[in-house]
Design a protein around this ligand. Structure first.
Ligand code: ADP
Length: 560
């Protein structure tokens, strides 16, 4: 019934009404049954669940439904009282008391419908017990009034009996609509053991000639259930137990068989209702304590896990920072050694040739020209190194930007054809540049695109120690213009391919074969491509060769 009733959205409005109507039917049925089976018919009934069912319906319904449910409880408990056999004179008063009781429970338990009924802390438990007790005082006072004025009974006994009866029923049934922390996972063995214990204790305490023995063990069982099992099971067990005990008591069997309207207060307090109320109260106290303890434990574990996760994350960060520092340090060392090497080699060669030229005035003309050509080549190499270093620092400081214009990429290929020089003595190596017939326009800085092509071509030449052909092509690939340079040289080992565009990175093959270079060309090529909205890429197989390319967005050229 709890979640079944707990719904107020317009979507399942019909479902809510049906469930409310079912609850009202139960209110009538249980009140009729309780009066009908009571000793003497007109006396106080033994097990009054009607107002608790009405309160459940109110708690699980929106506030606006409270008044019609209140009216339902009043009318239906009144009818149940009269039809069950109670004097018509006392029925309206008792019915009104039932309505007020249900309303008080619903209103106070939901704090005036501002939230769901909860049992999640000691404060909630205190409120729960106080609300049930206060609400149960209402029918007790009404019974007192009626017994003094109309029925002429011993008022203290009747009022106490009614109070405890209602208090016990409310404590049990309102658990159905009260939210509690989830029960722990229990094993099937525990459930079977519990049912066996309850059945055994009930059987023993209701054995012929046995009066009180065993009743208190039932309390222990109820505590066990309240602490370990889901609420619905607990309520079901208590209701079954209550029904059984009532049935036995009415037949004069078991620990509560002495109950009757004329019993003394002591008998009543030791009776069935006080047994149920005590069992539930103790059960709830234990259950609340245990679930709070469990929640605290879970929160501590969660907190511990968070701390552990944070520590691990901090450790990872520190390790990453260390790794970064280490690799920056390595890169710096590599850069210093590469640049010094790249400076020293052409410089010493220039110095050497100049000294020879100075010392040997009578050198034949062609030797002199050859030496001067070598000096000039080395000076060019120095100049290009200086240019690259300057360009890299300009890119880093974001002071460099390409001077974009509408260009025909065929012009860049043409320029590369003129500039690409195969070193002397490498007649086995050919550079094959194919310029397409149709123009391919892009918005780009022509000088920079030429720099990229020349870098690809000079790498292809440098890394092709044997005979072969370097092929330069221009084509359209996926709406981009692609300039590719293919060689059949050393290629790049798989372990180096990830880092090939990193600044100052040189492959292990480049080092092994002592191929000169700084590791700046490709990183510059990538920066140039990105500044044009393009990309760079390559494929390479060690020992078979590589293909490097640059892709640039095609320009839309208006038709003449
Ligand atoms: P550099 O050629 O001056 O060393 P790059 O940045 O142009 O610098 O190239 C970086 C590295 O990439 C080279 O040292 C080389 O290891 C590798 N590489 C570039 N192009 C090729 C190629 N065509 N074949 C093999 N390896 C290449």
């Amino acid at each position: 019934m709890p979640e079944l009733l707990a719904s107020s959205s317009s979507k399942d409005f019909t479902g809510l009404r049906v469930r409310q109507a079912a609850a009202m039917l139960l209110v009538f049925g249980t009140s009729y049954f309780a009066v009908w089976t009571s000793p003497g018919g007109d006396g106080v009934s033994q097990w009054w669940v009607a107002s608790a069912i009405g309160a459940c319906a109110m708690v699980a319904s929106p506030r606006s439904h409270a008044w019609w449910l209140f009216t339902g409880v009043v009318v239906l408990t009144g009818a149940g009282n009269v039809l069950g056999g109670r004097e018509p004179i006392s029925a309206p008063g008792l019915a009104l008391a039932n309505g007020v009781e249900s309303y008080v429970i619903a209103r106070m338990l939901t704090l005036n419908w501002s939230g769901p009924a909860r049992l999640r802390s000691w404060l909630d438990l205190r409120r729960y017990v106080v609300v049930m007790a206060l609400a149960s005082v209402v029918p007790a006072l009404m019974a007192l009034l009626l017994s003094v004025t109309a029925l002429d009974r011993s008022f203290s006994v009747v009022a106490a009996w009614v109070f405890i009866n209602h208090f016990g029923c409310n404590l049990v049934l309102m658990l159905l609509v009260t939210s509690r922390p989830p029960a722990p996972a229990v094993s099937r063995t525990e459930v079977v053991a519990h049912i066996a214990l309850m059945a055994g204790v009930t059987a023993i305490s209701h054995a012929p000639d046995n009066t009180r023995t065993g009743a208190f063990l039932m309390t222990a069982g109820a505590v066990w259930a309240a602490a370990r099992f889901p609420l619905r099971w607990v309520v079901l067990e208590l209701m079954v137990l209550g029904g059984l005990i009532t049935w036995f008591a009415q037949r004069g069997v078991g620990p509560f068989e002495v109950l009757s309207v004329d019993s003394t207060l002591v008998t009543v307090l030791g009776g069935m209702q006080s047994f149920m109320a005590t069992s539930v109260l103790i059960g709830l106290i234990f259950a609340t304590g245990l679930s709070l303890e469990r929640e605290r434990g879970l929160a501590m574990v969660a907190q511990q896990r968070e701390v552990e996760a944070a520590t691990v994350a901090a450790l990872h960060l520190e390790r990453a920072a260390n790794r970064r520092m280490h690799s920056m340090d390595q890169a710096k060392n590599e850069m210093i050694s590469t640049i010094s090497h790249e400076l020293r080699t052409p410089l010493s060669s220039i110095v050497g040739y100049v000294e020879v030229l100075q010392d040997s005035i009578d050198l034949p003309g062609h030797d002199r020209a050859d030496m001067l050509a070598r000096v000039s080549r080395n000076a060019d190499r120095l100049l290009s190194l200086a240019e690259n270093v300057l360009l890299v620092s300009a890119i880093d400081e974001r002071v460099w930007a390409p001077d974009k214009r509408l260009i025909d990429l065929r012009d860049c290929l043409q320029a590369a054809q003129d500039a690409a020089v195969v070193p002397e003595g490498r007649s086995d190596l050919r550079v094959d540049i194919q310029v397409p017939q149709h123009p391919l326009h892009v918005h780009a800085d022509q000088q920079e695109i030429e720099r990229v092509i020349l870098n690809f071509v000079s790498n292809a030449i440098k890394f092709s120690p044997g005979a072969g052909t370097v092929r330069v092509r221009l084509a359209t690939v996926d709406a981009m213009a692609r300039i590719s340079v293919q060689d059949s040289g050393l290629g790049i080992g798989p372990e180096d391919q990830q880092r090939i565009f990193e600044r100052f990175f040189r492959s292990s093959l480049a080092r092994q074969h002592a191929v000169p270079g700084t590791g700046l060309g490709l990183s510059i090529a990538r920066s140039i491509a990105e500044a044009h909205g393009g990309t760079t890429g390559f494929t390479s197989t060690e020992g078979k060769g590589s293909t490097f390319w640059i892709d640039l967005p095609l320009a839309v050229v208006p038709q003449p």
